[in-house]
Design a protein around this ligand. Structure first.
Ligand SMILES: Cc1ncc(COP(=O)(O)O)c(C=O)c1O
Length: 388
Protein backbone atom coordinates (compact mmCIF):
# COMPACT_ATOMS: atom_id res chain seq x y z
CA UNK A 1 0.00 0.00 0.00
CA UNK A 2 1.22 3.54 -0.75
CA UNK A 3 2.64 5.61 2.14
CA UNK A 4 0.36 7.94 4.08
CA UNK A 5 1.64 11.14 2.44
CA UNK A 6 1.22 9.57 -0.99
CA UNK A 7 -2.34 8.66 -0.06
CA UNK A 8 -2.96 12.25 1.13
CA UNK A 9 -1.95 13.62 -2.27
CA UNK A 10 -3.58 11.06 -4.56
CA UNK A 11 -6.63 9.64 -2.85
CA UNK A 12 -8.28 6.82 -4.76
CA UNK A 13 -7.97 7.49 -8.45
CA UNK A 14 -11.20 7.52 -10.37
CA UNK A 15 -11.11 7.72 -14.13
CA UNK A 16 -14.39 9.49 -14.74
CA UNK A 17 -13.54 11.75 -17.68
CA UNK A 18 -11.32 11.84 -20.76
CA UNK A 19 -9.72 15.27 -20.27
CA UNK A 20 -6.60 14.06 -18.48
CA UNK A 21 -7.34 16.40 -15.54
CA UNK A 22 -5.19 15.38 -12.57
CA UNK A 23 -7.89 16.48 -10.12
CA UNK A 24 -11.46 15.31 -9.84
CA UNK A 25 -13.66 17.97 -11.51
CA UNK A 26 -16.16 19.96 -9.44
CA UNK A 27 -19.38 18.43 -10.69
CA UNK A 28 -21.97 21.16 -10.34
CA UNK A 29 -24.89 19.10 -11.48
CA UNK A 30 -27.87 18.45 -9.29
CA UNK A 31 -29.24 15.73 -11.54
CA UNK A 32 -27.99 13.16 -14.07
CA UNK A 33 -29.41 11.91 -17.31
CA UNK A 34 -30.80 8.37 -17.61
CA UNK A 35 -29.98 6.73 -20.97
CA UNK A 36 -33.37 5.02 -20.93
CA UNK A 37 -36.24 4.44 -18.56
CA UNK A 38 -35.45 1.62 -16.21
CA UNK A 39 -31.70 1.58 -16.90
CA UNK A 40 -29.38 1.44 -13.93
CA UNK A 41 -27.28 4.60 -13.49
CA UNK A 42 -24.40 5.19 -11.08
CA UNK A 43 -25.57 8.75 -10.34
CA UNK A 44 -29.14 9.99 -10.38
CA UNK A 45 -29.49 12.97 -8.02
CA UNK A 46 -26.75 14.89 -6.22
CA UNK A 47 -28.13 14.70 -2.66
CA UNK A 48 -27.83 10.92 -2.98
CA UNK A 49 -24.37 11.10 -4.52
CA UNK A 50 -21.99 13.42 -6.35
CA UNK A 51 -18.64 12.39 -7.88
CA UNK A 52 -16.67 15.29 -6.32
CA UNK A 53 -18.14 14.55 -2.90
CA UNK A 54 -17.56 10.84 -3.39
CA UNK A 55 -13.88 11.42 -4.12
CA UNK A 56 -13.56 13.14 -0.72
CA UNK A 57 -15.64 10.44 0.98
CA UNK A 58 -13.39 7.72 -0.37
CA UNK A 59 -10.30 9.78 0.47
CA UNK A 60 -11.23 10.12 4.16
CA UNK A 61 -12.33 6.47 4.40
CA UNK A 62 -8.93 5.42 3.05
CA UNK A 63 -7.02 7.71 5.43
CA UNK A 64 -9.00 6.64 8.51
CA UNK A 65 -8.87 2.98 7.45
CA UNK A 66 -12.65 2.71 7.45
CA UNK A 67 -15.14 0.99 5.14
CA UNK A 68 -16.88 4.17 3.99
CA UNK A 69 -16.92 7.93 4.46
CA UNK A 70 -19.64 10.58 4.28
CA UNK A 71 -19.33 14.33 3.78
CA UNK A 72 -21.69 16.80 5.44
CA UNK A 73 -22.30 20.53 5.32
CA UNK A 74 -20.61 21.07 8.72
CA UNK A 75 -18.96 19.21 11.56
CA UNK A 76 -22.21 19.58 13.49
CA UNK A 77 -24.18 17.96 10.65
CA UNK A 78 -21.70 15.06 10.71
CA UNK A 79 -22.07 14.67 14.48
CA UNK A 80 -25.84 14.88 14.11
CA UNK A 81 -25.71 12.01 11.60
CA UNK A 82 -23.65 9.87 14.00
CA UNK A 83 -26.22 10.33 16.78
CA UNK A 84 -29.24 10.01 14.46
CA UNK A 85 -28.61 6.26 14.15
CA UNK A 86 -29.86 5.79 17.75
CA UNK A 87 -33.46 5.35 18.89
CA UNK A 88 -35.64 6.80 21.67
CA UNK A 89 -34.88 4.92 24.89
CA UNK A 90 -31.17 4.52 24.06
CA UNK A 91 -28.55 5.80 26.48
CA UNK A 92 -25.13 7.13 25.48
CA UNK A 93 -22.08 7.98 27.57
CA UNK A 94 -20.42 11.24 26.54
CA UNK A 95 -17.10 12.83 27.49
CA UNK A 96 -17.28 15.67 29.99
CA UNK A 97 -15.15 18.07 27.89
CA UNK A 98 -16.97 17.96 24.57
CA UNK A 99 -17.03 20.79 22.05
CA UNK A 100 -19.83 23.14 23.22
CA UNK A 101 -21.83 22.80 20.01
CA UNK A 102 -21.91 19.02 20.43
CA UNK A 103 -23.04 19.37 24.03
CA UNK A 104 -25.83 21.73 22.92
CA UNK A 105 -26.94 19.34 20.13
CA UNK A 106 -27.13 16.40 22.53
CA UNK A 107 -28.76 18.23 25.43
CA UNK A 108 -31.11 20.55 23.63
CA UNK A 109 -32.04 18.39 20.66
CA UNK A 110 -31.35 14.66 21.00
CA UNK A 111 -32.57 14.58 24.62
CA UNK A 112 -35.94 15.82 23.38
CA UNK A 113 -35.95 12.92 20.88
CA UNK A 114 -35.83 10.51 23.83
CA UNK A 115 -32.11 9.66 23.89
CA UNK A 116 -30.50 9.84 27.35
CA UNK A 117 -26.92 10.95 28.02
CA UNK A 118 -24.57 10.58 30.96
CA UNK A 119 -21.55 12.82 31.11
CA UNK A 120 -18.39 11.11 32.32
CA UNK A 121 -14.68 11.83 32.54
CA UNK A 122 -13.53 9.33 29.91
CA UNK A 123 -9.99 9.37 31.37
CA UNK A 124 -11.40 7.60 34.41
CA UNK A 125 -12.08 4.05 33.17
CA UNK A 126 -13.75 2.91 36.40
CA UNK A 127 -16.23 5.77 36.17
CA UNK A 128 -16.89 4.94 32.52
CA UNK A 129 -17.61 1.30 33.33
CA UNK A 130 -19.79 2.26 36.31
CA UNK A 131 -21.91 4.63 34.18
CA UNK A 132 -22.93 1.90 31.70
CA UNK A 133 -26.62 0.96 31.94
CA UNK A 134 -28.73 -1.80 30.38
CA UNK A 135 -29.84 0.53 27.59
CA UNK A 136 -26.40 2.08 26.93
CA UNK A 137 -25.54 1.88 23.24
CA UNK A 138 -22.39 3.96 22.72
CA UNK A 139 -19.53 5.98 24.18
CA UNK A 140 -18.75 9.29 22.48
CA UNK A 141 -15.70 11.43 23.24
CA UNK A 142 -12.87 13.62 21.97
CA UNK A 143 -9.51 11.91 22.56
CA UNK A 144 -7.83 15.32 22.98
CA UNK A 145 -10.11 17.88 24.59
CA UNK A 146 -10.50 21.58 24.07
CA UNK A 147 -9.20 23.87 25.58
CA UNK A 148 -7.35 21.83 28.24
CA UNK A 149 -5.84 19.21 25.92
CA UNK A 150 -6.72 16.30 28.19
CA UNK A 151 -6.09 12.91 26.59
CA UNK A 152 -8.33 9.83 26.66
CA UNK A 153 -7.12 6.44 25.47
CA UNK A 154 -9.20 5.33 22.49
CA UNK A 155 -7.91 1.78 22.91
CA UNK A 156 -8.98 1.52 26.54
CA UNK A 157 -12.43 3.04 25.96
CA UNK A 158 -12.99 0.81 22.92
CA UNK A 159 -12.02 -2.24 24.99
CA UNK A 160 -14.66 -1.38 27.60
CA UNK A 161 -17.19 -0.62 24.87
CA UNK A 162 -16.61 -3.98 23.17
CA UNK A 163 -17.00 -5.82 26.47
CA UNK A 164 -20.46 -4.26 26.85
CA UNK A 165 -21.41 -4.42 23.17
CA UNK A 166 -21.38 -0.64 22.74
CA UNK A 167 -20.23 1.48 19.82
CA UNK A 168 -17.20 3.72 20.27
CA UNK A 169 -17.55 7.06 18.50
CA UNK A 170 -14.62 9.46 18.35
CA UNK A 171 -14.38 13.10 17.30
CA UNK A 172 -10.96 13.10 15.62
CA UNK A 173 -10.97 16.80 14.65
CA UNK A 174 -7.93 17.77 16.74
CA UNK A 175 -5.61 14.93 15.73
CA UNK A 176 -6.77 13.93 12.24
CA UNK A 177 -5.80 10.57 10.72
CA UNK A 178 -2.29 11.96 10.23
CA UNK A 179 -1.71 11.74 14.00
CA UNK A 180 -4.22 9.14 15.16
CA UNK A 181 -6.48 6.56 13.53
CA UNK A 182 -9.20 5.76 16.07
CA UNK A 183 -10.70 2.93 13.98
CA UNK A 184 -7.39 1.06 14.24
CA UNK A 185 -7.52 1.52 18.01
CA UNK A 186 -10.94 -0.11 18.21
CA UNK A 187 -13.43 2.71 17.50
CA UNK A 188 -16.45 2.13 15.24
CA UNK A 189 -17.24 5.62 13.97
CA UNK A 190 -15.06 8.70 13.53
CA UNK A 191 -16.45 12.21 13.06
CA UNK A 192 -14.60 15.34 11.95
CA UNK A 193 -15.11 19.02 11.77
CA UNK A 194 -13.32 19.15 8.41
CA UNK A 195 -13.56 22.92 8.83
CA UNK A 196 -10.34 22.59 10.85
CA UNK A 197 -7.15 20.67 9.97
CA UNK A 198 -8.46 18.65 7.03
CA UNK A 199 -9.37 21.71 4.95
CA UNK A 200 -6.72 23.77 6.73
CA UNK A 201 -7.29 27.28 5.37
CA UNK A 202 -10.28 28.73 7.29
CA UNK A 203 -12.26 28.95 4.07
CA UNK A 204 -14.87 26.20 4.34
CA UNK A 205 -17.33 24.69 6.82
CA UNK A 206 -17.50 20.91 6.44
CA UNK A 207 -17.97 17.66 8.34
CA UNK A 208 -17.06 14.02 7.76
CA UNK A 209 -18.07 10.67 9.20
CA UNK A 210 -16.14 7.43 8.67
CA UNK A 211 -17.64 4.05 9.51
CA UNK A 212 -15.54 1.02 10.25
CA UNK A 213 -18.01 -1.39 8.67
CA UNK A 214 -20.28 -1.23 5.64
CA UNK A 215 -23.27 -2.07 7.87
CA UNK A 216 -22.69 1.00 10.05
CA UNK A 217 -21.99 2.99 6.91
CA UNK A 218 -25.41 2.11 5.56
CA UNK A 219 -27.03 3.65 8.64
CA UNK A 220 -25.03 6.87 8.19
CA UNK A 221 -25.84 6.92 4.48
CA UNK A 222 -29.53 6.66 5.26
CA UNK A 223 -29.30 9.76 7.47
CA UNK A 224 -27.16 11.64 4.93
CA UNK A 225 -29.58 10.99 2.09
CA UNK A 226 -32.81 11.24 4.09
CA UNK A 227 -31.97 14.41 6.00
CA UNK A 228 -29.92 15.90 3.19
CA UNK A 229 -27.22 17.84 5.05
CA UNK A 230 -24.68 17.09 2.32
CA UNK A 231 -21.48 18.96 1.49
CA UNK A 232 -21.57 20.99 -1.75
CA UNK A 233 -19.25 19.98 -4.63
CA UNK A 234 -17.24 23.25 -4.27
CA UNK A 235 -16.72 22.70 -0.56
CA UNK A 236 -15.91 19.02 -1.09
CA UNK A 237 -13.22 20.14 -3.53
CA UNK A 238 -11.73 22.57 -0.98
CA UNK A 239 -11.54 19.85 1.68
CA UNK A 240 -10.05 17.40 -0.85
CA UNK A 241 -7.39 19.97 -1.73
CA UNK A 242 -6.69 20.78 1.92
CA UNK A 243 -6.17 17.11 2.72
CA UNK A 244 -3.37 16.91 0.16
CA UNK A 245 -1.18 19.16 2.34
CA UNK A 246 -2.33 17.85 5.73
CA UNK A 247 0.95 16.08 6.43
CA UNK A 248 3.26 19.00 5.66
CA UNK A 249 1.03 21.47 7.50
CA UNK A 250 0.81 19.26 10.59
CA UNK A 251 4.57 18.72 10.69
CA UNK A 252 5.25 22.43 10.39
CA UNK A 253 2.59 23.38 12.94
CA UNK A 254 3.96 20.88 15.42
CA UNK A 255 7.50 22.25 14.94
CA UNK A 256 6.17 25.75 15.65
CA UNK A 257 4.29 24.52 18.72
CA UNK A 258 7.45 22.85 20.07
CA UNK A 259 9.38 26.13 19.73
CA UNK A 260 6.59 28.14 21.35
CA UNK A 261 6.28 25.70 24.26
CA UNK A 262 10.02 25.99 24.85
CA UNK A 263 9.72 29.78 24.84
CA UNK A 264 6.70 29.86 27.16
CA UNK A 265 8.30 27.42 29.61
CA UNK A 266 10.94 30.12 30.26
CA UNK A 267 8.43 32.91 30.82
CA UNK A 268 7.64 33.85 34.44
CA UNK A 269 4.11 35.02 33.44
CA UNK A 270 3.12 31.47 32.42
CA UNK A 271 2.03 29.37 35.40
CA UNK A 272 0.66 26.36 33.52
CA UNK A 273 1.06 24.90 30.03
CA UNK A 274 -1.35 22.32 28.59
CA UNK A 275 -0.01 20.27 25.68
CA UNK A 276 0.12 16.48 25.37
CA UNK A 277 3.63 16.81 23.93
CA UNK A 278 5.02 17.88 27.32
CA UNK A 279 6.58 14.79 28.91
CA UNK A 280 5.88 13.64 32.45
CA UNK A 281 2.06 13.65 32.47
CA UNK A 282 -0.48 10.86 32.10
CA UNK A 283 -1.87 12.69 29.06
CA UNK A 284 1.55 12.55 27.42
CA UNK A 285 1.98 8.86 28.18
CA UNK A 286 -1.35 7.97 26.51
CA UNK A 287 -0.73 10.26 23.53
CA UNK A 288 2.79 8.88 23.07
CA UNK A 289 1.30 5.36 22.87
CA UNK A 290 -1.60 6.12 20.55
CA UNK A 291 -0.63 9.16 18.44
CA UNK A 292 2.08 9.97 15.91
CA UNK A 293 2.32 13.54 17.22
CA UNK A 294 0.62 15.95 19.58
CA UNK A 295 -1.09 18.42 17.27
CA UNK A 296 -1.10 22.15 16.74
CA UNK A 297 -3.20 23.36 19.68
CA UNK A 298 -2.04 24.18 23.20
CA UNK A 299 -3.26 26.34 26.07
CA UNK A 300 -1.61 28.15 28.95
CA UNK A 301 -2.51 30.04 32.11
CA UNK A 302 -1.13 33.51 32.82
CA UNK A 303 -0.27 34.60 36.36
CA UNK A 304 -2.40 37.12 38.25
CA UNK A 305 -0.03 39.97 37.35
CA UNK A 306 -0.60 39.59 33.65
CA UNK A 307 -3.86 40.79 32.14
CA UNK A 308 -5.14 38.04 29.84
CA UNK A 309 -7.48 40.32 27.88
CA UNK A 310 -4.75 42.92 27.32
CA UNK A 311 -2.44 40.10 26.22
CA UNK A 312 -4.74 38.73 23.51
CA UNK A 313 -5.81 42.21 22.40
CA UNK A 314 -2.16 43.07 21.78
CA UNK A 315 -1.31 40.06 19.65
CA UNK A 316 -1.14 41.03 15.99
CA UNK A 317 0.15 38.02 14.11
CA UNK A 318 -1.92 35.56 16.13
CA UNK A 319 -5.44 36.53 15.19
CA UNK A 320 -8.09 36.75 17.90
CA UNK A 321 -10.62 34.19 16.65
CA UNK A 322 -12.28 30.91 17.56
CA UNK A 323 -11.62 27.83 15.35
CA UNK A 324 -8.31 26.12 14.74
CA UNK A 325 -6.38 23.94 12.33
CA UNK A 326 -5.57 26.47 9.62
CA UNK A 327 -2.35 27.83 8.13
CA UNK A 328 -2.67 31.03 10.17
CA UNK A 329 -2.22 31.11 13.95
CA UNK A 330 -5.27 31.90 16.05
CA UNK A 331 -5.63 32.78 19.72
CA UNK A 332 -8.69 32.96 21.95
CA UNK A 333 -9.80 33.40 25.55
CA UNK A 334 -12.01 30.34 26.19
CA UNK A 335 -13.59 31.93 29.31
CA UNK A 336 -14.85 34.91 27.26
CA UNK A 337 -15.26 33.32 23.85
CA UNK A 338 -15.60 29.61 22.99
CA UNK A 339 -16.91 28.58 26.42
CA UNK A 340 -18.81 31.74 27.39
CA UNK A 341 -22.13 29.87 27.18
CA UNK A 342 -21.29 27.79 30.28
CA UNK A 343 -22.28 29.35 33.64
CA UNK A 344 -19.20 30.99 35.32
CA UNK A 345 -19.16 28.41 38.13
CA UNK A 346 -19.03 25.51 35.63
CA UNK A 347 -16.31 27.20 33.61
CA UNK A 348 -14.11 27.65 36.69
CA UNK A 349 -14.82 24.10 37.89
CA UNK A 350 -13.81 22.73 34.50
CA UNK A 351 -10.51 24.64 34.69
CA UNK A 352 -11.58 27.27 32.14
CA UNK A 353 -10.46 30.33 34.08
CA UNK A 354 -10.26 33.96 32.86
CA UNK A 355 -6.45 33.59 32.69
CA UNK A 356 -6.53 30.62 30.28
CA UNK A 357 -5.32 31.33 26.73
CA UNK A 358 -5.76 28.87 23.82
CA UNK A 359 -3.53 28.97 20.77
CA UNK A 360 -4.00 27.12 17.48
CA UNK A 361 -0.70 27.46 15.70
CA UNK A 362 -0.23 27.85 11.95
CA UNK A 363 2.71 27.57 9.58
CA UNK A 364 4.25 31.05 9.95
CA UNK A 365 7.92 31.52 10.92
CA UNK A 366 8.03 30.70 14.59
CA UNK A 367 10.44 33.61 15.35
CA UNK A 368 7.64 35.96 14.28
CA UNK A 369 5.09 34.17 16.48
CA UNK A 370 7.47 34.31 19.45
CA UNK A 371 8.14 38.03 18.85
CA UNK A 372 4.37 38.69 18.75
CA UNK A 373 3.80 36.84 22.02
CA UNK A 374 6.81 38.45 23.70
CA UNK A 375 5.61 41.95 22.79
CA UNK A 376 2.02 41.29 23.94
CA UNK A 377 3.24 39.84 27.25
CA UNK A 378 5.26 43.01 27.86
CA UNK A 379 2.20 45.20 27.31
CA UNK A 380 -0.06 42.98 29.44
CA UNK A 381 2.47 43.00 32.27
CA UNK A 382 3.15 46.73 32.17
CA UNK A 383 -0.53 47.72 32.11
CA UNK A 384 -1.31 45.54 35.12
CA UNK A 385 1.69 46.85 37.04
CA UNK A 386 0.69 50.45 36.24
CA UNK A 387 -2.88 49.96 37.43
CA UNK A 388 -1.89 48.44 40.81
C1 LIG B 1 -13.85 19.23 18.22
C2 LIG B 1 -14.93 19.84 17.38
N1 LIG B 1 -15.92 19.06 16.91
C3 LIG B 1 -16.91 19.57 16.16
C4 LIG B 1 -16.96 20.91 15.84
C5 LIG B 1 -18.10 21.42 14.99
O1 LIG B 1 -17.69 21.59 13.68
P1 LIG B 1 -18.27 22.68 12.65
O2 LIG B 1 -17.98 24.04 13.23
O3 LIG B 1 -17.54 22.39 11.39
O4 LIG B 1 -19.75 22.45 12.54
C6 LIG B 1 -15.95 21.75 16.28
C7 LIG B 1 -15.98 23.19 15.94
O5 LIG B 1 -15.26 24.00 16.49
C8 LIG B 1 -14.90 21.20 17.07
O6 LIG B 1 -13.89 21.98 17.53
Amino acid sequence: MAGFNTQLVHGKEIKDNNTGAVNIPVYNSSTYQYPKVGENVRWDYARSGNPTREFLEKQIAQLEHGACGFAFASGMAAIHAAFAIFRPGDHILIGDQLYGGTYRLLNQYFKLQGIAFTTVDTRNLEKVEAAIQNNTKAIYFEPVTNPLLQVTSVREIATIAKRHNLLTIVDNTFLTPYLQRPLELGADLVVHSATKYLSGHSDVIAGLVVAKTAALGQKIYFVQNALGGVLSPESANLVRRGIQTLGVRMEREQQNVAALIEFLQQRPEVVQLNYPGIAGTKDHAIAARECRGYGGVFSFVLDANTDATTFVNNLHLLKLAVSLGAVESLVELPYEMSHAELPPQERIQAGITPQLIRCAIGIEDCEDLIADIRAALAVARKKTAASV
